[in-house]
Design a protein around this ligand. Sequence first.
Ligand code: ACO
Length: 321
Amino acid sequence: MPYAHITGWGKCIPPASISNDEISEIVDTTDEWITTRTGIKSRRVSHVSTAELATVAAKHALACAGIDAKDIDLVILATCTPSTVVANTASQVQKNIGATGAAAMDTNAACSGFLYALQAATAQIQAGMIKKAVVIAAERMTWYVNWARRDSAVLFGDGAGAVVLEAAETPAGLLGTKTGCDSEDRDILHITNFGSDLNKYEPIGPSDLLFEGREIFKRAVKGMSEACDDVLEQANLSLDDINVLVPHQANLRIIQAIQHRLKVPDEKVMVNIADYGNTSAATIAIALCEAVEQGLIKPHSNIMSAAFGAGLTWAASYIKW
Ligand code: ACO
């Protein structure tokens, strides 16, 4: 059975940022509150669409892999902020990058989306159905943000990351994974007044991103830690074998609590939430790229990654770089 090596990676970080002090001029909050509760110092706000963010990240990843877009068999885009729903956003990216021979599909598992998409593309390569894929996670979360609500306005940001997968014979890439969804409590994190559930013949109120922060916090820590334990057991590894932990970046205190539970030292954890906030599916894709840039991830590094998000979806993955 072939493996799906990660041969290229790239990101798109929107140039415009909003600092905590600037947000404090819009809503009733402070840099001190945001920093101590979340670890976020600023977030990026995109002036272009999710498809454009995804396109830039994918082009960087293809250039890094040194392959022609025409050789790609699958473009898979993880997003909960699609530019368009019909046609799907991945088709726009396929067109923009010139991957004319590729299938194109969107996946939505919110913050867990990148790991879900990585699993789906890897499975197709392992099954021999395809040979090369671009897995992208791109989000324009600020498009959902109600800037009058201080609870959500401070948390989210925009950005994209991508990896190229290629079939190869030696064991590397995604080597262990577990995904799941605690759907009975899906309402504790949702967007109101959005989607085809609505009666289109009645007036639709403004949509809002609503969540029960404390409950999500607890579930995220438990869900991500337990999923990591399961994947390690499945792969017959211990945390000592892991070189880098790349967690979803929703709150620095969530990351620290997972670190504490798993007993992972600071120097093994990739954290960039201070600069970007929560970019949903894109956090792990961007963090992987930056961990490589910073030398934290090296060739053959063993990486554990975990995510938790709306759905309530969760995922953990063991990746050999
Ligand atoms: N500035 C100042 N005060 C605020 C702000 C703000 N931006 N936001 C909320 N508050 C107030 C609340 O109104 C509340 O006031 P009250 O006590 O008078 O009612 C008080 O701060 C405490 O609110 P809590 O919700 O208890 O604060 P908490 O310490 O739990 O931090 C946070 C809130 C940051 C949202 C945290 O719960 C969290 O990170 N949760 C998980 C992340 C999350 O839900 N993300 C959504 C996406 S899902 C995901 O990515 C996993």
